[in-house]
Ligand binder design. Structure first.
Ligand code: BTN
Length: 244
């Protein structure tokens, strides 16, 4: 797709660096990669542990040509591209957890953080931040959830250059399909890889908890939950799902 790649030894966060790159007036998509992050960002205000040269810290920034409409299901599409990439490298048992976690046997192997800038009704850019645990086998820093890495799953070192190459291609393909056909074109593949399809789960949003059975996702990428009050659809970056 003609993306410009910028490799850094050390940044605060590749998402932050990608956002700053916009002030240079970049028009074409830019990929920011770093060997380490000093302030890696996770979802819901959490830190992302980012040891030097072990994992993949990747941020793609591009302009949303269709504004807010193009955001529908975007983070799920990115999750699918990451999943395809991991499968291609041999991590066959990886699956998706709504909205955009990638898990192997209940352990997190990759995470995604989207950040928006500008006016969704006018000129607007999105940063797609992807963290993939590639060669991490142990860490001094506490990680508040079960995790694994490509190296741990394969029992062999992961070639991070190969990972970036595959990811660029899969992401390019998924984003093009999403842009041209919309999220509905990718919905079936996403659902087929959803680990919690049909499971009883609890959705939390701040202090609120909603219980229900996971029916799947809709054409906008919202979670479909069968609750005591019938079928309800949920979307939004602050939501999180766990098994009941
Ligand atoms: C999550 O909490 O699951 C999302 C984690 C996203 C981490 C990646 S690493 C590259 C990019 N830069 C950041 O600061 N965060 C994302």
């Amino acid at each position: 797709e003609g993306w410009e790649l910028r490799l850094h030894e050390r940044v605060d966060s590749t998402n932050a660096e990608a956002l700053r790159s916009l002030s240079g007036g970049t028009q074409s998509p830019v990929v920011v990669l770093a060997e380490s992050q000093t302030a890696g960002r996770g979802r819901r205000g959490r830190d992302w542990v980012s040891p030097f040269a072990e994992n993949l810290y990747y941020s793609l920034v591009f302009r949303l040509e269709n504004g807010a409409a193009q955001l529908e299901g975007l983070s799920l599409v990115v999750g699918l591209a990451v999943l395809q990439s991991l499968r291609e490298l041999g991590v066959s048992s990886a699956g998706l957890k709504w909205p955009n976690d990638i898990l192997v046997n209940g352990k997190k192997i990759a995470g995604i953080l989207l950040e928006l800038t500008g006016d969704p009704a006018d000129v607007c850019h999105v940063v797609v931040g992807i963290g993939i645990n590639a060669n991490m086998r142990a860490t001094d820093e506490a990680i508040d959830q079960p995790w694994t890495s490509v190296a741990l799953e394969l029992g062999a070192l992961c070639d991070r250059t190969a990972l970036v190459t595959v990811l660029n291609r899969r992401l390019g393909e998924c984003l093009r399909l999403h842009r041209e056909k919309g999220f509905s074109a990718l919905r079936a593949e996403w659902e087929a890889n959803h680990l919690w399809q049909g499971c009883s789960a609890v959705l939390t949003s701040g202090a609120q908890c909603i219980e229900g059975r996971v029916l799947g996702i809709d054409n906008q990428g919202a979670l479909r939950l069968e609750t005591n009050d019938g079928e309800r659809h949920y979307s939004g970056g602050e939501l999180s799902l766990r098994l009941r």
